[in-house]
Design a protein around this ligand. Structure first.
Ligand SMILES: NC(=O)c1ccc[n+]([C@@H]2O[C@H](COP(=O)([O-])OP(=O)(O)OC[C@H]3O[C@@H](n4cnc5c(N)ncnc54)[C@H](OP(=O)(O)O)[C@@H]3O)[C@@H](O)[C@H]2O)c1
Length: 205
């Protein structure tokens, strides 16, 4: 049984990941406003305080991080800033501040997204942040080996999110299926990989 921190556990994906891991592990649910612990990913001091409060752990999963959509000519400085400070540097700082606290042989799994490699029009701020995260994971994993594994999961549109936004859910993936890629990342021996959820879960027909 590993001690696993799930950041974003109050969210659509994070809640499904925490539920999937619960039977086999000690899961610590972390949210922005609610959970066993709270953290603001966009504030480095808040992440440091989270680790201080939790103590040693074996695994972190991050299924959190805000980022915005917007067209190249229309997205504001603020639209770019939110994703860079929250989804990108928030998750990068989770990794940086976990060093020295995570047990040897531990693993970290971050969340990127399909838009890094298969963007839609009008998604530039998020597509850019996802692509940067994937570069970080590939490069940082080299530095962290062999003591720690670092991977990312790349979700496609989640079915619950599609329904909430009034979008067509065909081709999306339920959160419970999406969570399987996170479990594979924790249970496997890979590092520096971006796991495409379509290789692990069933898509909504
Ligand atoms: N859903 C999709 O279709 C989809 C597709 C591709 C990629 N993704 C990516 O997957 C990740 C999770 O998505 P989701 O749909 O599950 O999100 P969600 O339902 O909106 O949940 C977001 C989670 O992150 C937490 N959070 C928000 N701001 C935070 C902050 N500043 N510091 C710490 N935690 C914060 C929230 O906590 P509170 O509830 O307390 O606010 C919540 O637990 C995101 O990075 C998203 O870009 C999602």
């Amino acid at each position: 049984m590993a001690k696993i921190i799930v950041v974003g556990a109050s969210g659509t994906i994070g809640n499904a990941v925490a539920d999937l891991l619960m039977p086999d592990h000690e899961v610590i649910r972390v949210g922005h406003r609610e959970g066993d612990f709270t953290v603001d990913l966009s504030a480095k001091a808040s992440i440091a305080s989270l680790f201080e409060r939790i103590g040693a752990f074996d695994v972190i999963v991050s299924a959190a991080g805000a980022s915005r959509f917007g067209k190249t000519g229309e997205a504001s400085d603020e639209d770019f800033r939110v994703g860079i400070e929250n989804k990108l540097m928030g998750q990068v700082n989770l990794v940086r501040l976990a060093l020295g606290r995570i047990t040897a042989g531990g693993a970290i799994t971050l969340t990127t997204g399909l838009l890094a490699r298969e963007p839609w029009p009008g998604t530039v701020p998020t597509a850019m942040v996802n692509a940067a995260l994937e570069g970080f994971v590939r490069a940082a994993a080299l530095d962290l080996a062999p003591d720690m594994r670092l991977n990312a999961v790349s979700p496609i549109l989640v079915t619950e999110t599609a329904r909430r936004m009034g979008m067509d859910a065909v081709g999306s993936m339920p959160a419970t299926e999406t969570a399987r890629a996170y479990q594979a990342s924790i249970d496997g021996d890979m590092t520096g990989q971006v796991l495409d959820v379509r290789d692990f879960g069933k898509i909504e027909a």
